[in-house]
Each structure stands twice: as C-alpha cells, then as structure tokens.
Design a protein around this ligand. Structure first.
Ligand code: SAJ
Length: 442
C-alpha cells in the first residue's frame, strides 16, 4: 500500500468513480470476460464487451455463444436483450476498464503477456481522469505495477493520482463459473487503497462472497499460489498412483481409505493436468523465482509426464497384437465442459498416433472437426477397437453399458479417471481390482 498523501489524492478520484460508475468496458470475451460483463450488465451497468476476434463478435451479436458453460447462455442472452451489453471489436470510452484476456505460456515456460500488453495499449487512447482499470488475467507477480501501469501512463495520466488501478484475479471453476463468480470470495489488490476500495465498490454489484482487499502484487501471488497448491497436490496423487502401480496396490482404494483420516485429503490421480490455469500458472512462480521454486517445478514435471505414462500402459496392453486400434473416450481437460486447452487427453491421443497406432477419439462436448482423429459417434469409435481408453470423466460416459466398452470382456478398458469405479487405474490388464482385500482375506 502506498503513502497516506498518495492515498488521499486517489481517494478523491475513487469517490468520483463510485458515484458515477455507469459504463464498463470489458476486454476479452472468453470464459471469464463474457460471464463477468454479462453479470454487470444484468445488474444495471452499461457494458461494452470487446474482443479482437471478429468471429466471437459476430457470433455474439448474432445471438449465439462461442463457449459451453452452464448458465452462461441465459445470462448473456438476458444482458444482450436488456441492451446493457453491447459487443465491439475495439474499446470505447468508459468509467471502468476490465482486462480479461489470456496469458498462456511460451515454449520456454515463460508467460506470454502479449494479450495483456495490447489490451492495456488499446485502453490508452480512451483513458480519462477518474477511470478505474482492473486486470483480471492470471499474471506473473508485479504485472500490474511493472507492465500495465507504465503502459497506461503513456496516456500522460498518473496511476493513483489521475486514475485507479487494481488487480482482481478470476478464481472461478470451469463448469461452475456463474455460481462461483457470485459466491466465491473475491480478492482485490489495488496499487493503493483507493484503487482497492473502488474495485470492491464495483464488484459488490453482484458478488455475494467476501471481498478481501490487499495490494496488487499480493493479489497476483495469491492467485498463483491457489493454482499451484492444487497442481502440487495432484502431482502427489499421481505419484502415489505410479508407486501403487509398481507395488500392485489399487491406488483408488488406498486413497479412499487414507482420506478417512481427518486431516488427509488426497486428490485424484489421472492422465495429467490440463486447462489454461493449473497447467500454466505454477510456471509464473517458477519464472519469478527459478532458484526457489523447486517443488513447484517438479510437480509440473510429474503432471506433464502422465500422458506419456498412459501411453506406456496402452503399449503394455496391446503388446503382441497386430495393428491394434485404440478407442479414446474424452478429449476435454476435465469433465462436462467443452474446453480442450492443454488437455492431457488430447496429448495422449497425439502421443498414441505418434507411436503409429490407429487411434480414434470421441467426445460428446467437442465440436466435430476440431481434431483430425475425432469420430462423430461412440459406436464408430468403439467399432473394431482393440482396447478402450477413458480419458475424461464426462457424466455421459457413466451411462455407457460396460459390456459395450469391453465387448463382453473381450477387450481391455483403461479407465484413467476411475469413472466406472471398478478398475484400478494402474494395472487394468491384470485382473486385480480387489487385490489388497483378497490378500487380506487369505
Ligand atoms: N485434476 C486431477 N485430479 C484432481 C483434480 C483435478 O487430475 O484431483 C485435473 C483435472 O482433470 C484437470 C486439471 O486437473 O485436467 C485442472 O482441473 P481443476 O478442476 O483442478 O481446475 P481448473 O483448471 O478447472 O480451475 C482451476 C481452479 N483453481 C483451484 O481450484 C485452485 C479455479 O478455481 C480457478 O479459477 C481456475 O483454475 C483458473 O482459472 O485459474
């Protein structure tokens, strides 16, 4: 937090903003920007949604939706119908600017900040005294003060004196975005107290969870710590899975029993960690302190190696079979969504193809044509398959009769998510589901 003199100067700006906040320009209409902008619009604000992708702008103005997410369709429709949400390709003057653009990683695992940079640059011509700018994109620590602030100050306005600037991370879970936007606690880190307070006053429009104020760099670090916590814990679960496999232990049973301890909560092993957040964000901490982030780096490596491990399991099962055909079920990075970014399922399919296998994949949530190996129906995927690999735990897969998957026990099903709850994830080909219990009985 900055000095009191600075605070009182920006406090004046803040009170002006909160009294007359009417127009919010949201840059980036993806999984975060679109629901957030729509929520503001349905809570009485005038929202200008901006996306540089003409396809997204066309789809939205035509009444469509480019993402699949529970409830989002309804709130977007309501926002558009009310006239409070308009969609544009470039920013327009506003009271508040919210940046919600992607921050992927480069090949060398450093943050690709080009979208944040150009979004901030596109605000500069419109920035006016009294404005509030909020960065929501997950970003390396110090992005708000070291990257965004200098760009905005090219406007000849000074942050903290002429305009307010804050970082407020999105923390919503894909699949539950709308619910979590409203109910989750929200962190707002200001470059000064007035900026944080102005952010709080803004999000109060629809956030019902606690709103916690801090400084911008702490807020950036909080977001990265949350996702890193999850990544490291998933890596631990995956490592338990690998060890259990070696020992002939059913890891699912072991985790289930271990988790009955009041202070133990082991996460779920699987084919790897995907999505644009957990598989990416820990690297921002590694980048910030490469010599110190040892555990974080290693956890990333463990999780990144899981797709290759699944391929090794497949190879063991089909060893000796001539021209085996592999049917893969699920392409998204997790259940019941349409998002395939950084998906370990896609990685498994690509690795299997690189091994020369005949691979087909089916995912009821992914538009046909997205991948060359995609098959349009479950029946076609399974037809003639030597083995089936379940890679994503979509609810829809639970209803497929087991006999259809295993061809009445004639082919192996590798259930990497333990969705069907009756297979050890690690040694599907050795019929030893209940091995630890059987050993006990003897
Ligand atoms: N996964 C496992 N085992 C588990 C849990 C998850 O293998 O026990 C895998 C999933 O299958 C998936 C990946 O991890 O491939 C990530 O899924 P997720 O559900 O853990 O997380 P995301 O990426 O959908 O959302 C996370 C959330 N962060 C935390 O829970 C700390 C969400 O709150 C964030 O807003 C989001 O990242 C984000 O945008 O940063």
């Amino acid at each position: 937090m900055e000095t009191e003199t600075h605070l009182s100067a920006s406090a004046k700006v803040s009170s002006t903003i909160t009294e007359c906040t009417k127009t919010i320009c949201v840059l980036g209409l993806g999984y975060i920007g679109l629901p957030t902008g729509s929520m503001f619009a349905t809570h009485g604000m005038r929202v200008i949604g901006v996306d540089i992708n003409p396809h997204i702008v066309d789809v939205l103005t035509g009444g469509g939706l480019h993402i699949e997410e529970t409830g989002v369709k309804d709130v977007v429709r309501e926002a558009m119908k009310s006239g409070n949400l308009v969609v544009r390709r470039v920013p327009e003057p506003a009271d508040v600017f919210i940046i919600a653009v992607p921050t992927p990683i480069n090949q060398d695992k450093t943050a690709d900040m080009r979208a944040v940079t150009s979004a901030a640059e596109s605000i500069v011509p419109h920035l006016a005294p009294g404005n509030l700018v909020i960065l929501e994109s997950t970003s390396p620590p110090r992005t708000t003060v070291d990257l965004v602030r200098p760009i905005l100050e090219r406007s000849a306005l000074t942050a903290g004196r002429d305009f307010l600037l804050a970082y407020s991370p999105e923390r919503v879970l894909p699949g539950q975005i709308l619910k979590e936007l409203v109910e989750n606690p929200r962190v707002i880190g200001g470059i000064d107290r007035a900026s944080a307070e102005a952010g709080r006053d803004l999000y109060t429009a629809f956030v019902k969870g606690e709103i916690v104020l801090t400084d911008a760099t702490t807020a950036e670090m909080i977001k990265l710590m949350e996702n890193t916590f999850r990544d490291v814990n998933i890596a631990l679960a995956n490592e338990f899975g690998l060890i259990a496999e070696k020992l002939g232990v059913n890891v699912w049973e072991a985790i289930d029993i271990a988790n009955r301890h009041p202070r133990v909560k082991i996460l779920r092993p699987g084919p790897g960690v995907g999505g644009h957040c957990i598989a990416v964000d820990p690297w921002f901490l590694v980048e910030a302190a490469p010599d110190r982030a040892q555990l974080i780096r290693q956890a990333r490596r463990v999780n990144d190696a899981m797709p290759k491990h699944v391929v090794e399991q497949v190879k063991q099962v089909v060893a000796g079979i001539k021209n085996p055909a592999i049917a893969c079920l699920g392409l998204t990075f997790k259940a019941d969504i349409d998002d395939t970014r950084e998906s370990p399922a896609v990685e498994v399919v690509k690795l299997l193809k690189a091994e020369g296998f005949d691979v087909r994949a089916f995912d009821p949530h992914v538009k046909i044509g997205t991948f060359s190996f995609q098959v349009e129906s479950l029946a076609k995927t399974l037809d003639g398959a030597t083995m089936v690999v379940l890679l994503t735990d979509h609810s829809a897969f639970k209803t497929i009769p087991r006999d259809q998957l295993t061809l009445y026990g004639q082919r192996t099903l590798l259930d990497t998510r333990n969705l069907l709850n009756d297979m050890p994830m690690d040694q599907p080909h050795l019929q030893m589901e209940k091995q630890p219990l059987m050993a006990l009985a003897e």
